[in-house]
Ligand binder design. Structure first.
Ligand SMILES: NC(=O)c1ccc[n+]([C@@H]2O[C@H](COP(=O)([O-])OP(=O)(O)OC[C@H]3O[C@@H](n4cnc5c(N)ncnc54)[C@H](OP(=O)(O)O)[C@@H]3O)[C@@H](O)[C@H]2O)c1
Length: 259
């Protein structure tokens, strides 16, 4: 009788252990696949940016990027799949309709820009995709072809040296169950950037909110927490990303940001 009770417990323990082995394995792989920061080359000039391409402009962070870039008097080009989704127009805003996976579209959008900011994301969580990596590869190719150097790209905490720093809930549930393919593609995206000829800054936020800007943004290489999930407003991430256009502080580095 006692043995009959023990069996389901043993089975549950086995499944739990297998799951933990999978989650830990994924954590190790994501940690080993992240970018290796390069030592910033002395003498890289801080570029003067007046024209910027924003990719992912209809998304949460992207919209904040567009509004703040316009407020900074920049000439903004937004690469969007559906212009109406942005919901506003502006004399200094040009919209190019298209998909970031089309190299021809991306070439047209990148031509003539001083810098590119990417806040690409999607909701195809449950099966393998390459939207982030293919889109980013196109952007980097077009930038090289048109001599556009500065690239600021939003990825996520939880990759490379920041693996595990989204907190236990993400490390043991969200990333292994909901986002394994997404994070896999994000790690591919980061590698493409690090191997490129661009002057790049990778920005890795903690969990994002739609809260109003607080003006607070901690940044560096020990951001996030192994236990708790920290948060930051998309508006604050956008401001930090725009600041990277005129700073070499994190050039060739993947920097974490949190409130
Ligand atoms: N949510 C979080 O807590 C969290 C935490 C850390 C990092 N991140 C990362 O931060 C990034 C931005 O997140 P978000 O929530 O602010 O953005 P989001 O709302 O997911 O917006 C993503 C943007 O990418 C665009 N996009 C998707 N596929 C495209 C394609 N094939 N061609 C052109 N544009 C395309 C979308 O356009 P449409 O409007 O046409 O779909 C949208 O403008 C994402 O990479 C996300 O993973 C998120």
């Amino acid at each position: 009788m006692r043995r009959r009770h023990r069996r389901p417990i043993l089975e549950s323990m086995t499944y739990l252990l297998l799951y933990l082995a999978y989650a830990t394995g994924l954590l190790i792989v994501l940690s080993s696949r992240g970018v290796t920061s390069r030592v910033a080359v002395p003498g890289v000039q801080i570029p003067v940016t007046s024209k910027v391409l924003i990719v992912g402009a209809t998304g949460g962070t992207g919209r904040a990027l567009v509004l703040q870039a316009l407020a900074r008097q920049l000439q903004v080009t937004a690469l969007v799949r559906e212009p109406a989704r942005l919901g506003f127009t502006h004399p200094s805003l040009t919209m190019i309709r298209g998909d970031v996976r089309s190299l021809a579209t991306v070439q047209a959008a990148v031509r003539g820009q001083d810098a590119v900011i990417c806040a690409l994301g999607h909701r195809r969580f449950f099966y393998p995709t390459r939207i982030l990596s293919v889109g980013t590869r196109n952007l980097l190719r077009a930038m090289e072809a048109h001599g556009v150097r500065r690239f600021v790209c939003q990825t996520s905490l939880g990759i490379g040296s920041s693996a595990g720093r989204m907190g236990l809930y993400y490390t043991l549930f969200v990333i292994p169950v909901v986002l394994p393919f997404y994070f896999w593609d994000k790690s591919r995206q980061e590698r493409l950037i690090a191997d490129s000829k661009a002057e790049w800054v990778i920005v890795r936020p903690v969990a994002l909110t739609h809260a109003a800007a607080t003006g607070q943004c901690r940044h560096g290489f020990d951001i996030g927490s192994l236990m708790l999930t920290r948060r930051i407003a998309r508006d604050d991430v956008a401001r930090f990303m725009l600041d990277q256009l005129s700073s070499n502080q994190y050039l060739f580095r993947a920097v974490g940001v949190s409130a």
